[in-house]
Design a protein. Structure first.
Length: 297
């Protein structure tokens, strides 16, 4: 059976390793943490590759920063944190007649929450063997389609999208419609999150936490501008995907999809809509009895 392994690179590896003036400028305790995290990730990556091969998988390894096309394999394994899972999730498509299964391996549990993770280096082979034997059923996590100017984005959204300014210090101007209510707003951003993503940025901005399997969306305005006019009212809540629409009213806006690596620039007049019906992400190792993700009971 074929499997695709998607992995991250650590902060230490991306910085060029423990050498140079930047390394000498970092305090000893920070250097120690970077080294330990890098070692833990390398061990987890090696353990995962060994486990896959021991279970008879033919493995193709891909650095997450080089993903450019849909992944087609019965099993996708990510090694890293939640960011690595989200990076891969946007490219996951079905293999043969079924949706791909994904196992997220948390490569550094001491420093990474890994809320989507179903394994770490200590039990990854156990999880793989259980799935092959039919003892580990996947948990379907709902995803949503984002449509910009009538064209759906190529990525199905698992976690959330953020409407914001291309400059982090900039303010975004837009009209938000939720059902039959609408208002013009200015803010540092607007979160729209799925059930699985509702415990992240949207929650920090005041949005509600939704059940794991919810088909609704959570929305929350981040740092709303309160000027001389009426105070904004649509600051957060829960709504069906089709009930939320965003109309961009100023230049400089961008839509960030499941993290910072997928950014779509938006021109004034652009309309952003949300549609249900995207294929779910079938993830291994999560407890299907939980209403929210594992650390949010």
């Amino acid at each position: 059976m074929n499997a695709v392994l998607v992995y991250k690179k650590t902060a230490l590896a991306l910085s060029g390793g423990p050498r140079g003036s930047w390394w000498r400028a970092i305090p000893a305790d920070a250097r120690r943490g970077l080294l330990e995290s890098d070692a833990a990730h390398r061990e987890a990556l090696a353990a995962t590759l060994t486990a896959l091969r021991a279970e008879g998988f033919r493995v193709r390894s891909v650095y997450r920063g080089r993903l450019r096309a849909p992944i087609r394999a019965p099993l996708v394994v990510t090694v890293g944190g939640d960011g690595t899972l989200l990076e891969a999730a946007g490219w996951l498509r079905g293999g043969d007649d079924e949706e791909a299964r994904v196992l997220a391996v948390n490569s550094d549990p001491r420093r990474s929450l890994g809320i989507f993770a179903g394994a770490d280096q200590t039990n990854v082979r156990e999880r793989l063997a259980a799935w092959r034997a039919g003892r580990l059923a996947p948990v379907p996590l709902p995803r949503v389609r984002v449509v910009v100017e009538g064209r759906p984005l190529r990525w199905a959204v698992l976690n959330d999208v953020l409407l914001g300014h291309q400059n982090p210090a900039g303010m975004t101007r837009y009209r938000l419609r939720v059902g039959t209510r609408s208002e013009e707003q200015r803010s540092s951003g607007l979160w729209v999150a799925t059930g699985p993503g509702s415990t992240g940025g949207a929650r920090s901005a005041g949005g509600p936490i939704l059940p794991l399997a919810s088909r609704d969306l959570s929305y929350a305005v981040r740092e709303p501008f309160r000027g001389l006019g009426p105070a904004p009212r649509l600051l957060g809540g829960r709504a069906a995907p089709g009930a939320i629409e965003i109309l961009v009213l100023a230049r400089g806006a961008a839509l960030f999809v499941d993290g910072q690596h997928r950014a779509i620039r938006l021109e004034p007049g652009a309309r952003v809509r949300f549609h249900a019906g995207a294929p779910p992400l079938r993830i291994l190792g999560l407890d299907p009895r939980r209403r929210t993700l594992p650390w949010r009971t």
